[in-house]
Design a protein around this ligand. Structure first.
Ligand code: 5RP
Length: 236
């Protein structure tokens, strides 16, 4: 770890370092996406290199697969691994029930599939990710490109029916073009402000044709590790 990291980056590193304690020799490990998960991949690679740790990784994005492979971690696809011992991933928000908003990096679909196919999901964060009520971070929803504006209208209507606060929806962009996920889909970001009933919103969103998946992770996360810049970590 470089000494000149800012406090948030240090906290991310600390949580990643603590999380790799959950990984044992021979395990199949889900590798999350994002800047915190990238620290975890670097820590695991160090253990592979220096301690002879033998693991098989399943990446949640092309980005993570490239990073892990370049650092010497064996990466296979989920069909080959079939089931995972543990997945370690970041989050954009988590609440006291360990419900998460994920997908800030646009990888929510593979992240959710991989987390669901794991015995344990360990989430690594810095202190800014903890919230009392989810929703300040825009909720990402992955939609197929075909008729996406109609899908957006259907989402708007569903949010009105649910009486959810704040219903501004934006198409995620990558510079001037629309952002594309690894599956070639689009991301709609739902600026909801407050999300009181995550279960209901998640269920309703996933019933809408055109919606592939949403970024709410409910009953998937077993442990959240919140790192701090002073090197300490809280495990929740
Ligand atoms: C990517 C994610 C990330 O885990 C989430 O955005 C957190 O990212 P970071 O660790 O960079 O703050 O869900 O789709």
């Amino acid at each position: 770890m470089s000494a000149d990291l800012n406090p948030i980056e240090k906290a991310k590193y600390v949580s990643a370092r603590r999380a790799v304690d959950y990984v044992e020799d021979g395990m199949r490990v889900g590798l999350g996406t994002g800047s915190t998960a990238a620290w975890m991949v670097r820590c695991l690679a160090e253990m592979v290199r220096n301690d002879g740790l033998n693991i098989t990784g399943v990446a949640t994005s092309t980005r993570t697969a490239e990073l892990a492979t370049s650092l010497g971690i064996k990466v296979v696809d989920l069909n080959e691994a079939k089931w995972l011992d543990v997945t370690i991933d970041g989050a954009d928000e988590f609440d006291d029930n360990l419900t998460l908003i994920k997908g800030g990096g646009g990888a929510l679909l593979q992240e959710k599939i991989v987390a669901t196919a794991s015995d344990k999901m360990v989430v690594i964060t810095d202190p800014t990710k903890h919230v009392k009520t989810l929703g300040a971070f825009p909720l990402p929803v992955e939609v197929i490109p075909f008729g996406w504006q109609t899908t957006q209208s259907l989402i708007e209507k569903a949010l009105v029916d649910l009486d959810v606060d704040g219903r501004n929806i934006t198409l995620r962009l990558n510079q001037d073009a629309s952002f594309r996920t690894d599956e070639g889909n689009l991301i709609l970001d739902l600026h909801l402000e407050r999300l009181e009933d995550a279960q209901q919103v998640s269920h309703v969103l996933n019933q809408i044709p055109g919606v592939v998946e949403n970024g709410l992770f409910i009953n998937l996360c077993d442990v959240v590790i919140v790192g701090a810049a002073d090197g300490s970590a809280i495990v929740r």
